[in-house]
Design a protein around this ligand. Structure first.
Ligand code: KG4
Ligand code: ZN
Length: 323
């Protein structure tokens, strides 16, 4: 089955072609540099830029192939941005007479490590870490997700981005902060790990406040690389400690790390180490499938499409939605 995937939930316009679970193309046009002028995503600008980019991105992904079905990210996200992808998908499904499914963006992230050559083993723990989400799911099967832990305030990606802004690293700052941290001492500054002894809830807002205070107190004496390394270490420790306590309290077959923050090398290594220590396989997607992309939407959609699903033309585009 040839599936066209479309993703426009935030600031990446992306289209992908997946044939029988194999990723053939995954075209991503990022708007990040444009939003950097404002220090965050401007919804109206995002929607307008998706309109400008979407046709070219879909054409580049299809490379002349006519797909058998379409999978489009329909929730959660910026409604104006999502609507661009959903409108394009519905128009193409109507014109081509092919089935269409609306995909939950987080389900896309959860499915992102698994393609034709990497089958899943159930049940597995999936740590979803992005700019908008920090959640730990027990995945019984694709479509059956049990929430084990979640953040009560900021997402891990948000904590990276806010700290990066305090260190004048631009937006989004996760990757720049990781690069700066490479030459830093993670033990130099002591930063808090919120809700350390709670197995089901993260809190990252205290980290942001502590970082702001550190920047103010240290002033010109601040060692920026050490501050970046200390912050990164605090976030990684907070993320993996709840993964570990979940691992110790249930019987699972594998561990997975997904979402934009899964591009972070120290986090990837830490999750891999925990999996190895427990003798479990570890699934982490390649870097271009961590941040938002349409290949993961096509992969997630393929699962339902292959069982004959068709959401028709009436499915909704939602800002928030339970998985
Ligand atoms: O999944 P994603 O592209 O968008 C959402 O669905 O939110 O995640 C974007 C987030 C941003 O907060 C960005 O700073 C973070 O992922 N990120 C990173 C790295 N690369 C992207 N955070 C830490 N280290 C990285 N290398
Ligand atoms: Zn995402």
């Amino acid at each position: 089955m040839k599936v066209l995937g479309i993703e426009t939930s935030c600031d990446e316009t992306s289209a992908a072609l997946v044939i029988d679970g194999q990723i053939v193309t995954n075209v991503i046009a990022s708007q990040a540099s444009r939003h950097a002028e404002w220090g965050g995503v401007v919804p109206e600008v995002a929607a307008r830029m998706h309109v400008e980019a979407i046709s070219g991105v879909i054409k580049a992904a299809l490379q002349g192939t006519l797909p058998d079905a379409i999978a489009v990210s329909s929730r959660p996200g910026l409604v104006g941005a999502l609507s661009v992808g959903v409108s394009a998908a519905k128009a193409l499904a109507f014109a081509w007479g092919v089935p269409i499914v609306g995909v939950h963006h987080i389900e896309g992230h959860i499915v992102s490590p698994f393609d034709a050559s990497t089958p899943p083993v159930f049940p597995f723990l999936s740590l979803v870490v992005s700019g908008g989400h920090t959640e730990l799911f027990l995945v019984h099967d694709f479509g059956t997700y049990e929430l084990i832990a979640e953040t009560i305030d900021d997402a891990a990606g948000e904590a990276f981005d806010k700290a990066a802004r305090l260190l004048d690293l631009g937006y989004p700052g996760g990757r720049a902060l990781e690069e700066l941290a490479q030459h830093g001492n993670p033990k130099r500054y002591s930063l808090p790990q919120g809700l350390r002894h709670d197995s089901h809830r993260w809190s990252f807002s205290g980290l942001k406040t502590a970082m702001r205070r550190l920047v103010e107190v240290e002033g010109d004496a601040l060692h920026r690389a050490d501050a970046a390394a200390s912050l990164q270490a605090a976030i990684v420790a907070a993320l993996v400690s709840k993964l570990e306590s979940a691992l110790n309290s249930m019987t699972i077959s594998a561990v997975s790390l997904v979402g934009g923050v899964a591009a972070n090398q120290p986090l990837r290594s830490a999750v891999q180490t925990i999996a190895e220590r427990n003798g479990l396989p570890c699934f982490i997607p390649p870097l271009d499938r961590c941040t938002d992309n349409a290949a993961m939407i096509a992969l997630a959609g393929s699962i339902r499409l292959s069982k004959g699903a068709d959401d028709g033309f009436d499915f909704e585009t939602l800002a928030t939605s339970e998985i």
